[in-house]
Design a protein around this ligand. Structure first.
Ligand code: SF4
Length: 385
């Protein structure tokens, strides 16, 4: 049963556009896309729209390169290229979080070249530990809620938002269970399948996905296989955008036991409180308490401490940095993060990737060599492989 459900999820996530178009035809509803993974999807869902996470796709980049500098990151270039090549024509709206200079640029260019009926920006507080951050973020969330309500012609009610928060909490909870099953016994679900299912949650109708996930989790929980010993790894960076990397880890006996990636565990960590404070305040609190990310951080860079703490807690034998070329915020924090790992005696390997990269084969050798190194008995500091 588990394998069949997994196949359904994998097939659906392999063609997200078709999923969404089918949903549109069936319901007559509207689809709101979003970039990166911090946009409050619960608000989009509460308005009755389909939140669609734009997270890469196969497309020629040349049309986007006409508009964007060559040093803008490939996530931004790839997302714009998808739009300019008509691969996101099912979108009725778009929300862009203003995280860095690259994404700030794409917001205006998109609006100018592919205007959509609803277009909004999400201005997250950059210094999340400031006392004013929560008040500011609440104002932003209120503004987005109002904008989505105006677009559908009716305010989003508190009941609608609470219903959506519950649905998303249950989705996050199921995905965390899956991560936990993988951590306890990596053979139950491979690294690649684990992250494929997580990616699917950004593009498949949540209600349907939760039903599938419940079945999947239940069938995997029933498995009583003896855990196999694998080399434990922690992933750190922005995106896991090349599934081949997970293949290389799978084939070299690696088990990912945690990550701080935007389209990884960071996306599903912690729930939005369902009682105690207003739903909007709950959304703000969750955002501010998320695993620190280079784009929204404080000068002391607490992410490095989180990285070391989590890698140690999960008994990771090494950290694999997955950096997107030209991701300035990520590059800026790297040396702090590396130094913190070195002080803790945790070996690491940094690889740079790009969206749209077609032959990452050379990474295979580096990843295999790193796995061999950290899988041994001695902890060795990072060296250029
Ligand atoms: S934060 Fe990094 S990955 Fe995200 S849009 Fe900016 S440059 Fe690209």
């Amino acid at each position: 049963m588990g394998i069949e459900v997994l196949e359904v999820i994998k097939q659906a996530s392999a063609n997200p556009g078709r999923q969404v178009q089918e949903w549109k035809q069936r319901t007559g509803g509207k689809v709101i896309g979003f970039l990166l993974t911090d946009v409050p999807e619960e608000l989009i869902h509460a308005a009755g729209f389909f939140p669609f996470g734009i997270c890469g796709g196969s497309v020629r980049m040349d049309r986007a390169e006409v508009h964007l500098q060559s040093w803008s990151c490939s996530y931004v270039r790839n997302s714009l290229a998808l739009a300019l090549n008509g691969k996101l024509d099912f979108l009725d709206g778009l929300i862009v979080p203003l995280t860095c200079d690259s994404i700030r640029m794409v917001s205006g260019i998109w609006k100018h070249n592919r205007p959509l009926p609803y277009m909004g920006n999400y201005r997250l507080p950059m210094q999340v530990e400031r006392p004013s951050a929560k008040k500011y973020l609440l104002g932003e969330l209120e503004r987005i809620k109002r904008g989505l309500g105006d677009y559908r012609g009716k305010d989003i009610s508190e009941e609608e938002l609470i219903r959506s928060i519950r649905l998303y909490n249950s989705n996050r909870n199921l995905l965390r269970k899956l991560f936990n099953l993988h951590e306890c016994n990596p053979d139950v679900i491979s690294n690649k399948d684990l992250y494929t299912v997580l990616g699917a949650s950004m593009v498949i109708e949540r209600e349907k996905l939760n039903r599938l996930l419940s079945e999947l989790v239940k069938s995997l929980e029933d498995k009583t296989k003896k855990p196999v010993k694998k080399t434990k790894l922690y992933l750190s960076g922005t995106f896991i955008n090349l599934p081949e990397i997970l293949d290389y880890l799978d084939e070299s006996g690696g088990a990912v036991v945690g990550d701080d990636l935007k389209n990884g565990f960071r996306y599903i960590e912690a729930d939005v409180a369902e009682t105690g404070v207003s739903p909007l305040e709950s959304l703000a609190i969750r955002q501010l308490k998320k695993i620190p990310f280079a784009g929204y951080d404080v000068p002391s860079n607490p992410r490095r401490y989180n990285l070391v703490k989590e890698a140690q807690r999960k008994k990771a034998q090494g950290v694999l940095f997955l950096h997107l070329k030209y991701c300035e915020p990520e590059n800026y924090d790297y040396y702090d993060n590396l130094q913190a790992l070195e002080q803790a005696g945790i070996p690491s390997l940094r690889i740079e990737t790009e969206f749209g990269e077609t032959s990452p084969g050379q990474l295979q050798t580096r990843i295999h060599a790193f796995m061999e190194m950290v899988g041994g008995e001695n902890n060795v500091r990072e060296k250029e492989l």
